[in-house]
Design a protein around this ligand. Sequence first.
Ligand SMILES: [Zn+2]
Length: 103
Amino acid sequence: MSNGMDDRRRGLEEEYFHRKNKEAIEKLRAKLKVSEEAKAAGTSSMKCPRCDGTLHESKFEEVLIDTCDKCGGVWLDSGELEQLTAQEQEAPGWLSRYWFSEG
Ligand SMILES: [Zn+2]
């Protein structure tokens, strides 16, 4: 009796996690599609989240960053900021100078 209940509950949990996984995978796929399209279009054709400028990939201190050609904003993927802050700890100063240089 109770076994049947457990099975049904487990089934619901599996369905829930399966759905959550699917959502996460679809989000990841959408993100990959955007970056693949950007690569296909050239260096980078991503739009700036702040203005309607275009983001251009550039290398800064061995870390790939996206810089806006219009407002000068700098955008980082997760992990890139950690790379930069790790370097900031080794050589303090340059990151905060760069960070606030756009006024
Ligand atoms: Zn911008």
